[in-house]
Design a protein around this ligand. Sequence first.
Ligand code: SF4
Length: 622
Amino acid sequence: MAVTKTNFINYSRCPRYVALDDLKHEKLNSMVTLEEYRKEEESEILKELLGDMYDEEGNDLIDTKNEHLEVMLPYYNAVELLAGSIAPKYFDGTFKYSKDTLEQESFDALINNIRYICYVDIYNETKDGFNIIEAKATTTKKYIDLGCKQNNEFNSIFMKDEKGIYHLLEELNVNIEDYMPMKKYEYNRAKLFDRYAAAGHYVYDLAVQRYIIENDLKAHGEENKIKNVRYYLTVLNHEYVFDGKYDRGEPVYDTDANGNEIVCFIDLTEITKEYMDKIDLDRQRVEGYIHDLKASEVPLGEYCEIKKMTKCKYSKICWSKLPKTNSIMAYIDGHHGFKDIDGNKYERFDLINDGYLSMLDVPEKMLNRQKNVIQRRALESGKPYINKNKIIDGIKQIEYPVYHLDFETFPCPLPRYRGEKCYTQSVFQFSLHIESAPGVCDKEKDHYGFLAPDHKDHREELVKYMCELIGDKGTVLVYNDSFEKTRIKELAEIFPEYKTKLLKIRSMIFDLMNIVKTKSSLYETLGYDKEEAKMFNYYNAHMTGSFSIKKVLPIFSTLTYQGMEIGNGVEALITYANFPKMDKLDFEHKYQKLVEYCKQDTWAMYCVLEGLKQEVDIYSLN
Ligand code: SF4
């Protein structure tokens, strides 16, 4: 039988995965075809791409079907080919890379009758040995962010050598303590060994690759070559700024104005070497699991990667024992664990595996966070928690007219337009409802918007129209303001002509979430003490631990996204991404649906604000 690198990584999660996989596909009795290998890889790649495209708030979108997401694959393939074309600037020798797996270099190792297989993204043969370069459509930020501040300057555990390749500080001729205390260095370095953490995820992948390659070499009597193989990740450079140059309709990613290439190379040879014993143990575990094939329940754990894009594909089966709403997972900050009155700490997974599945199962004495107590009371009593005074004071901060604003964006791995970076949230649509006076807003008549009709650069038209619509007085209301604020700031840098107006719009932004959740600094300014300022303003058990607008809306309104052809952000993005492929009729239909979706988002804000006003009887106070 054969086990691919991707399967190895999944099989080593827990004993149950292999058995469930076997039940589903009878895969273990068969050999792996190239086509199957490609599909497995693509499925993992898509998850990884999405992982970089969405933050925690995107969790409810994880289950969006893969076929919808395949629209992103060409961008991934382009990353791999770009890295292959840039690699000769950094490495000597010959290169083998292709988007066709069949043409990639492959290795396989036969251990205890199991064939472990891997294909190499970029195989670079040098005069002394060879380099293995794995391309990932993530960014350098994950690695460069590992570090800390020293003398007011952020230093990473990684630094470029004279050629421009990133290495750990310990591999360069530098004194680590000049950059950070040794303890901090080791703390951050350890994250590379956490396969379930953002940076460690890819390191583990590369280490499995190395394990297979070394065993292949050993099996062929080429053990002496092992010391001459180096292992690199190549990832998108988060500092690269695209100058907007196109040639025959294709973007040209030359070195940018600051000398940055669009991809960077990170040398992980020493780190993956340290990993080898661990991978060998994981391989032994995997073999045990394959041998036993037990599909019975196992403890749930970090390896399920629940609430992440990389979550286990069988989580629906294993996690179904938890209630759909208000499970223990809904306790805000529950990932930090729980503490009883004597200071004993209980990890969330331990509690789950001991049968504490619902919020109500967790003994009250373990709820050491006031916000969790509020959640518990709201669930037990069926009544919402509400701090009327804070809500009233929050609403009073809103000036009229109110511009309810929302953007739709396309976070493309490769920048498409001038001034963009990799994964820039490229704005292609806005929706605006103008509420001229309290409660005065018509869903249709007071709605304005812009939607790019194709993939050409329409940002300036969008900016111009938005600037025309939004006056100099009033409030620009958004939900979760950091997103819109950042987009407007980016647009202001790219379009200096509109900078003053855009920054004015930005200064008018007020976050509706601050009224529902809270914002300590705002409420402290309004005279609330620290404790009260940081506590929620509103909590209802139907929110099941989330303050996202999709959870808050049904509480304050009958408005629903159900039944809408485009009903969430990922569907909106995919629809836009597919514009160029659509025929005229299909395009006109989808265009309209996308307008409706974005309109619903800003109308939802109006409804939530109205609902909050009713909740605190604001109109009777005026
Ligand atoms: S969901 Fe968790 S327990 Fe179930 S198969 Fe996946 S990793 Fe194992």
